[in-house]
Ligand binder design. Sequence first.
Ligand SMILES: *[C@@H]1O[C@H](CO)[C@@H](O)[C@H](O)[C@H]1NC(C)=O
Ligand SMILES: *[C@@H]1O[C@H](CO)[C@@H](O)[C@H](O)[C@H]1NC(C)=O
Ligand SMILES: *[C@@H]1O[C@H](CO)[C@@H](O)[C@H](O)[C@H]1NC(C)=O
Ligand SMILES: *[C@@H]1O[C@H](CO)[C@@H](O)[C@H](O)[C@H]1NC(C)=O
Length: 397
Amino acid sequence: MAYLWKLITLLVIFFSAKEVAARTKLYSDNEQNGICKLMVDTQGYLCEEHKVTTEDGYVLSMQRIPKGRSGETADRPPVLLQHGLLMDGISWLLNSPNESLAFILADNGYDVWIGNTRGTNYSRGHTSLTPDDSTYWDWSWDELAAYDLPATFQYVHEQSGQKLHYVGHSLGTLTAFASFSQDKMLNMLRSAALLSPIAYLGQMSSFLARSAADIFLAEELEWLGLNEFNPRGEAVVGLLEVICQNPNNNCSDLMTSFTGKNCCVNSSATDIFLQHEPQPTATKNMIHLAQMIRGGKIAMYDYGSTEENNKHYNQPTPPEYKMASIPANVPLFLSNGGQDLLSDVKDVQTLLDSLDDHDRDKLVVQFTADYAHADYVFAVNAKQVVYDPLMAFFKLH
Ligand SMILES: *[C@@H]1O[C@H](CO)[C@@H](O)[C@H](O)[C@H]1NC(C)=O
Ligand SMILES: *[C@@H]1O[C@H](CO)[C@@H](O)[C@H](O)[C@H]1NC(C)=O
Ligand SMILES: *[C@@H]1O[C@H](CO)[C@@H](O)[C@H](O)[C@H]1NC(C)=O
Ligand SMILES: *[C@@H]1O[C@H](CO)[C@@H](O)[C@H](O)[C@H]1NC(C)=O
């Protein structure tokens, strides 16, 4: 039976692989059409577009909101917001100003900086490659932790002359955990808030994501030469259709089957969401995440053979990131939801167990029973439930 599904998926991908060429024009590298103009100016906030180049040549866009609606210049420290998988910086700006974290922070006197991961609509530049080159997509979250995050941290630190607070959601927590565990960037950090924290994925209960990992979906895309994982592309959409025909998967509400039952997302805002998200990532990144689901470890990308791993790491298996190595005095605010299928409660517990020696007064853990994955960025009550406690935590550090 599993074999049959695999065969069908292969056929679907094969016949939709033709799509790749036509698409690239859709993406904009034009600052005049950037996130500031699209999502921030329209709400009456000042906004600056910035460009940051990573050590491996990717040109990332960042947006800065230097003042709130009062017009008074920020008197609190800079905050860097880093979005999750298949999202971009727009995810912090989709709700009304009283509901969206980026605006709320600006209105509370913080100097707000928004990051956009390589490969998403507003970060598709590179010093020598284009997204049409397969090597442009030769990265996973190892590189996001090693290059994107340090580049944006450093840039905000230099521009503001201050240490910063960090807010990550989902993949934006994984890259932070990985970097912090290697003692990176901590000299520039005041504190970090990690929403829907992801370090371990072994217990992940999203049936859809697990099915995709089990049938080696991402590996097949790569095998067929689709190095860019574009969730709006025919290949991925076709595959989803196949997965959804499996009677174990209920896809009547894709967002719910994937992320969990979000209690407090405004359903009439979904259309606006779908205009901007989801965004592409590297197929290799999806493979890396699937390896974590299947293997239960937080380790570097597995090249699949002793020989290849030796080439990259000088050891037969990929090096692990040791969560217990995050220095005990780093102020951390972790918030996870009881309905979150991606940041599963059991996996978060494994993470907390590994932080057992963390200074008690430096670790705040918030559990919200009715929150799922998307509530952390889109819930209409997220200000009261998560962002107010988060800002109270920032004030202490
Ligand atoms: C990318 O950005 C351009 C310019 O703002 C916009 O017109 C287009 O819809 C965006 N595409 C996606 C897939 O987000
Ligand atoms: C947003 O919050 C401000 C300050 O709390 C309040 O004055 C304003 O009425 C709110 N706006 C909306 C649309 O709810
Ligand atoms: C699928 O989910 C929808 C809404 O979440 C529900 O109404 C429906 O009964 C479910 N179908 C099955 C077969 O479980
Ligand atoms: C939900 O979204 C609609 C359309 O954007 C908006 O008019 C309404 O005020 C929103 N409701 C809440 C509670 O934010």
